[in-house]
Design a protein around this ligand. Structure first.
Ligand SMILES: NC(=O)C1=CN([C@@H]2O[C@H](COP(=O)(O)OP(=O)(O)OC[C@H]3O[C@@H](n4cnc5c(N)ncnc54)[C@H](OP(=O)(O)O)[C@@H]3O)[C@@H](O)[C@H]2O)[C@@H](O)CC1
Ligand SMILES: Nc1ncnc2c1ncn2[C@@H]1O[C@H](COP(=O)(O)OP(=O)(O)OP(=O)(O)O)[C@@H](O)[C@H]1O
Length: 385
């Protein structure tokens, strides 16, 4: 039996007995998560903050943020808990003044040409002044990387993100691609397909599109979308259709996992899928303020760091509750794919519960920063200490 066949109430029990990492006295700093965020630009400093704050509230030990040079000081003032590396250089920087061949318009076709075939002086600059510095952070035993929130769409920044993403994908470490990272993948899906093995399920790569990003992604991989069906008022019909599209898109991207956000979030990887409907256990928040997706991604990143530690099986006795696991799925250990699906389940549940608690207190004035403050109490209500 698969974890996917468990009832919702059993999924939380399964997560507690498997991927949820205990806090043990012998642990050292970094073992509960060393997460890297690549995002944050002149226009968007909130997104990497909400994300970083959320993953720290979940219990991640160390959070690195690689952001645009101009966003660094602002981000540092938000929180001393985040380690900020302001290494990204955009085409607005004085440092690249006079470089030729960087697109000056918003044309996506020009941007794709630039990403495919960047002029050599730009490449040399990025390689020697930017990528090298980013690689020094990537090599610090990072266990999950998130690419995209608040990254923006500047050509030089996207080019740098493309190079870094390729390197991380080759390492096989878990990656979440969100927001402008999804824009990059939609412009150039080969970033994923060139780096991933078509034979395997690539659950370690999770894309977290909102409904607009999902449509863009489907178009990029030639999955045609019937907008009427995608926005159907009947939740069941809409979930079925979204799952169908997401499965096709996942297959065309070498079976990466997709967590499609919406009224119900839906997770798909290659062959398997699950509709994450928490409405029976959580009173829904009615606020749709920006930053809730970033908060979800932060919670998910920490859960994925634990799931990766669970798969390695070296940090704690992962078989301590194997009788529970065996009772639920007939096996003692989860597969990697099940670990990722369970991480998505847990993250969406905690996000919805945090939004619900924040909404109960703040109503119309609820903000993403309020949601972040309720992650700890929601976690405790759902999971315990
Ligand atoms: N405080 C901060 O720093 C924050 C920064 N952020 C950062 O902003 C950057 C751009 O991200 P983005 O999501 O605004 O861009 P994009 O995908 O172009 O969407 C644009 C248009 O699509 C629509 N639309 C969007 N969602 C929809 C939905 N669920 N359902 C239906 N329609 C939807 C809507 O257009 P409408 O149809 O309403 O006119 C919207 O205007 C990115 O870096 C991100 O990380 C955010 O994280 C928030 C907090
Ligand atoms: N109609 C809805 N009802 C309940 N929850 C929703 C609804 N739409 C989205 N959500 C939840 O809100 C969170 C953010 O989703 P959203 O679609 O706003 O993502 P996003 O656009 O990426 O967010 P961000 O503003 O951080 O970029 C997700 O956890 C999602 O499940």
């Amino acid at each position: 039996m698969s974890a996917l066949q468990c009832k919702p109430s059993q999924l939380l029990q399964l997560a507690k007995a498997t991927i949820i990492q205990p806090m043990l006295p012998h642990f050292h700093k970094g073992q509960a998560g060393r997460i890297l965020i690549i995002g944050g630009s002149e226009d968007y400093t909130g997104a990497p903050f909400f994300l970083g704050h959320a993953l720290m509230q979940m219990g991640c030990d160390l959070t690195h943020v690689v952001c645009d040079a101009v966003a660094g000081s602002t981000l540092k003032t938000y929180s001393p808990d985040l380690m900020i590396h302001p290494y990204l250089v955009s085409s607005a920087s004085e440092r690249v003044k006079g470089f030729k061949g960087v697109p000056k318009t918003d044309s996506e076709a020009d941007l794709v040409v630039f990403l495919d075939d960047s002029p050599s002086d730009v490449k040399a600059f990025i390689d020697s002044h930017v990528t090298l510095r980013i690689n020094s952070v990537v090599s610090r035993s990072i266990n999950v990387t998130v690419v995209g929130p608040g990254l923006g769409r500047d050509p030089l920044v996207l080019y740098t993100a493309q190079k870094t993403l390729a390197l991380i994908l080759l390492s096989g470490n878990p990656v979440i691609i969100d927001a402008d990272g999804l824009y990059l993948v939609s412009l150039k899906p080969s970033i994923l397909t060139d780096a991933l093995n078509s034979e395997q399920s690539n659950s370690q790569v999770v894309l977290t599109p909102n409904i607009m990003e999902f449509q863009r992604l489907c178009k990029a991989v030639n999955v045609s979308v019937d907008l009427e069906k995608l926005s159907s008022k009947d939740p069941e019909a809409r979930d079925t259709y979204t799952t169908e599209l997401a499965t096709l898109a996942s297959n065309r991207l070498h079976n990466v996992s997709l967590l499609v956000k919406g009224y119900h979030d839906i997770v798909v990887n290659g062959k398997t899928s699950m509709v994450l409907d928490h409405s029976k256990s959580v009173i829904p928040s009615l606020r749709r303020c920006g930053g809730q997706g970033d908060t979800l991604t932060g919670i998910l990143a920490t859960a994925m760091a634990w799931a990766a530690n669970y798969q390695k099986g070296r940090l704690w006795d992962i078989y301590e509750h194997s009788h529970v696991v065996e009772g639920l799925i007939g096996r003692k250990k989860l597969t990697k794919d099940e670990g990722i699906i369970l991480s998505c389940y847990l993250a969406t549940l905690i996000l919805r519960k945090s939004s619900s608690q924040a909404y109960a207190e703040k109503k119309r004035s609820m903000l993403a920063s309020d949601v972040g403050k309720f992650i700890g109490s929601s976690y405790e209500d759902l999971v315990g200490e």
